[in-house]
Design a protein around this ligand. Structure first.
Ligand code: SAM
Ligand code: SF4
Length: 341
């Protein structure tokens, strides 16, 4: 055994974050704001009530939290929101986080509207992974789904991210039955043309009540449509078993497609994620009904050990899975934009 793997025996605070099902957590999603410059129907209402700014964690508070969780095994971070690029000076936060020894990977999920002018600064700050959300190649449908214009800026943002060096740029597309079927093939073609990876995400119940199972466009149906209209796909040989997406490659070498089948094929048993909301609540699951008040601890003068204890308790109490497919499922009060997807 290498000395590194014995570290937790000598230093108990270095024990990894393991829950009662044996899942090890190395992945932290940090929401930097609940605000957004658009209003996607599956994520937030037309007139959301946003948090007052003083309730958001400061960059210093986020940095302290990350420094506390790195010795617990967190080495992968994704910044999200709300729309993370509406948070002022985001590259400054990225620089702070990238400088923390032990952080191996920082990603960002954005709607892309503000991305074009920021792409280079994000890259220079140390960001290396970027996912841009785009559900359709039809500007009218974009406006219907987002309840705001912005299609052209998103496309510019994607191309600017590529030009800045991000490779691959991943496209996240929420798939809704009776709504985005006709978008599947044009999105895949756009991705093939520009060397992007598109990941289709099954619509999840985090929108405050619009969701119904009948409105989910399932991964299997998306795969069938792509196979029929573009060509055969095979499972990618280099799958990451802990990643939420199952990847497929076009047999003709024309690129990669991911399926995030949260509803039809939940991946809870391989979940390695915890989430910190923009107001500093730790959630051990996207669908959690309970949260741990990290901001209260940070602002109340708690020492690192007390915060570590709270984090460990939260992870230890993680449930087996989200139960979307059962009658027991309860939709969390927080909507997607206020959790951080
Ligand atoms: N504003 C950024 C964006 O849209 O990329 C980051 C936050 S958004 C909440 C993160 C991801 O969650 C996006 O890819 C979005 O499409 C996805 N999302 C939002 N609501 C969803 C839902 N009800 N079901 C599935 N995915 C959802
Ligand atoms: Fe904003 Fe992202 Fe939610 Fe759309 S999915 S409303 S872009 S936070």
């Amino acid at each position: 055994m290498s000395p590194a793997s014995c570290e937790h025996l000598m230093n108990p605070s270095a024990k990894p974050l393991i829950d009662s099902y044996g899942r090890v957590h190395n992945n932290l999603r940090i929401s930097v704001t609940d605000r957004c410059n658009i209003r996607c129907v599956y994520c937030m209402p037309e007139n959301p009530v946003f948090l007052p700014r003083n309730q958001l964690l400061s960059f210093e508070e986020i940095e302290r939290f990350v420094r506390i969780v790195v010795p617990l095994g967190i080495d992968k971070i994704r910044l999200t929101g709300g729309e993370p690029l509406v948070r002022r000076e985001l590259p400054v936060l990225i620089e702070k986080l990238a400088a923390i020894p032990g952080i191996k990977d920082i990603g960002l999920t954005t709607n892309g509207i503000l991305l074009a002018p920021l792409a280079k600064a994000l890259w220079n700050a140390g960001l290396r992974r970027i996912n841009v959300s785009l559900d359709t190649m039809d500007p009218d449908r974009f406006q219907q789904l987002a309840r705001r214009p912005g299609f052209e800026q998103v496309i510019e943002g994607i191309l600017a991210a590529k030009a800045a060096g991000f490779d691959p740029v991943k496209i996240n597309a929420v798939a809704m039955k009776g709504c985005t079927e006709e978008d599947i093939v044009p999105l895949a073609k756009f991705a093939r043309e520009h060397g992007l990876e598109v990941r289709f995400i099954e619509y999840m119940p985090l929108d405050g009540g619009l969701w119904e199972r009948e409105k989910v466009l399932f991964a299997a149906d998306i795969l069938d449509r792509l196979t029929l209209e573009i060509g055969p796909l095979v499972p990618s040989p280099d799958q990451d078993p802990r990643a939420p997406a199952i990847d497929y490659d076009f047999v003709d070498g024309g690129g990669r497609i991911g399926m995030i089948a949260s509803v039809s094929r939940p991946f809870c048993m391989s979940c390695n994620r915890v989430r910190l909301t923009s107001d500093g609540k730790l959630r051990n699951c996207l669908f959690s009904l309970e949260e741990t008040d990290i901001r209260g601890l940070l602002r109340g003068g708690a020492g690192d050990e007390e915060i570590v204890r709270a984090i460990r308790e939260s992870v230890a109490s993680k449930w087996e899975g989200h139960e979307i497919n059962t009658a027991r499922f309860i939709q969390p009060e927080r909507l997607m934009h206020s959790i951080g997807g």
